[in-house]
Design a binder for this molecule. Structure first.
Ligand code: COA
Length: 188
């Protein structure tokens, strides 16, 4: 019988998640049909570590089998303004189409973003992903100023949209002409 422990991570150093995070990045690149090279250029250092260090409002939950991390989920809360609504990350410079928010998106708005979710392949189908997601959603829903929740699914991994739908998200729009699917959960 598998015994999994769930921890909320508060320490500054999350290097212990490097291997697991890189497995997620590899998974996404391996499944993509649109610009897999862009997804292949992402790793722990240029995605999760930077985001974690630069975010003041963040939540990281990790599933452990004894001392070994076998799954994690990460979310942030931030403000979308007129200025940063149109901002494209450096990796999206060659991509076209609507960005992370629809052009008609009313801002300023405080939003929660469910950034990353991964369960090691050997540990899937045991409801670890579900538990991590419920912990993330509890945190995101505990802030009264958060008006909208977003989660993004890389191309090639569209089936996972069903997983997020179970947690209340609805498909909203295609980001960068199909490179990513955006799901949204409107609060209130
Ligand atoms: C998606 C992921 C985190 C799910 O973790 P998991 O621990 O295997 O999932 P659970 O056992 O908690 O599954 C909960 C439910 O979601 C469903 N589900 C799980 N993964 C799914 C997927 N990829 N697509 C559709 N449904 C899925 C399960 O069938 C289960 O349904 P049930 O409650 O009716 O039995 C895991 O498969 C994973 O890490 N995949 C690769 C990376 C990935 O896709 N991450 C998300 C990137 S946006």
């Amino acid at each position: 019988m598998m015994h999994i422990k769930y921890d909320i991570v508060t320490e500054d150093n999350i290097d212990f998640l490097e291997e697991l995070c890189n497995k997620l990045m590899t998974f996404q690149a391996d499944h993509a049909t649109i610009r897999p090279d862009i997804l292949a250029s992402m790793d722990f250092n240029n995605r999760l570590k930077i985001d974690y260090e630069n975010s003041t409002r963040k939540h990281m939950v990790v599933a452990f089998d004894k001392e070994m991390p076998v799954g994690f989920a990460f979310a942030t809360i931030g403000l979308v303004t007129e200025k940063n609504k149109q901002v494209r990350p450096p990796w999206a410079e060659q991509l076209e189409g609507i960005g992370f928010y629809p052009e008609t998106y009313k801002v300023p708005k405080t939003i929660g973003t469910f950034k990353l979710l991964y369960v090691d392949a050997n540990y899937r189908t045991h409801h670890i992903g579900d538990r991590l997601t419920r912990m993330i959603m509890k945190w995101l829903n505990s802030h009264n100023d958060v008006e909208d929740l977003w989660v993004y699914v890389a191309n090639g991994n569209e089936t996972v949209g069903k997983f997020y739908e179970k947690h209340g998200f609805l498909y909203n729009h295609s980001v960068f002409n199909g490179f990513i699917d955006a799901y949204r959960l409107q609060k209130g």
